[in-house]
Design a protein around this ligand. Sequence first.
Ligand code: ADP
Ligand code: MG
Length: 302
Amino acid sequence: MKIGVLSRNKSLYSTKRLIEAAQQRGHEVEVIDALRCYMNINSEKPEIHIQGRELSHFDAVIPRIGASVTFYGCAVLRQFESMDVYTPNGSVAITRSRDKLRSLQVLSKRGVGMPITGFASKPDDIKDLLTMVGGAPVVIKLLEGTQGIGVVLAETRKAAESVIEAFMGLKANIMVQEYIKEAGGADIRCFVIGDKVIAAMKRQAQEGEFRSNLHRGGSASLIRITPEERKTAVQAAKAMGLGVAGVDLLRSERGPLVMEVNSSPGLEGIESATGKDIAGLIIEYIEKAIQKKTPEKPLPNS
Ligand code: ADP
Ligand code: MG
């Protein structure tokens, strides 16, 4: 097969591993920087060019689109889709997963467990918003935050009101969420491929910190997840329409709660925590999907 990896940087761990895994399995691979692609959009023969040459004859593309290039990256992916190139994560599903509000709305509609969550832009009654999510302590999040930045634990109602007012002053959209204390500063990253969780790791926050992000000093370790956690993670990926997803769960008294679903989950943390060849499993999943898409033609007279 000829596989394109939509990535801005060949030397990123995840990109490198996907290249290696595809080559090991006998495929031809090219890394494509979406921002450098330009496209001809027409109904007869849609085309994508890069540096004066046409990108053609790809069987599959693996999108590794960073959050900052979602818009153009998804436009290039959409163009590949209209050229009938297979992708495990479609442009619509990626766009859906990048919008935290929309994602939680989709998940709640499918009955997937999640922390009680309020959304607000300019709430005219902060007290009511807090009551709506069950009162303090609450976790307040800036919608556009990543790596734990812009995620605040407000232990009291007064503190929560001040933080919400401060965020409102920044004209930011915010999420106000029930604090899952019993998670004990840990979350579980489930790596989903198709309808299976193929690896899981626990991320534990540093002493005195509730955010388990590795960028905030959290540490990763191997964990055995329950059948219910497995089911929840697969259900969440499915609801989002993602073939490959990183689903983050909190362990609560009422079962697993989904915090977020990532459409370009990193491979480094999970491969080193579990020792699994996750890049290889992604390539294998794509091989199978393409075999299904193009069934072998029956032999004549058979
Ligand atoms: P980001 O997108 O910046 O990673 P998250 O929503 O994942 O933001 O929050 C960062 C971390 O904070 C999570 O990994 C988790 O450890 C902790 N956390 C977030 N929301 C809650 C919550 N409602 N209850 C308990 N801990 C939480
Ligand atoms: Mg997170």
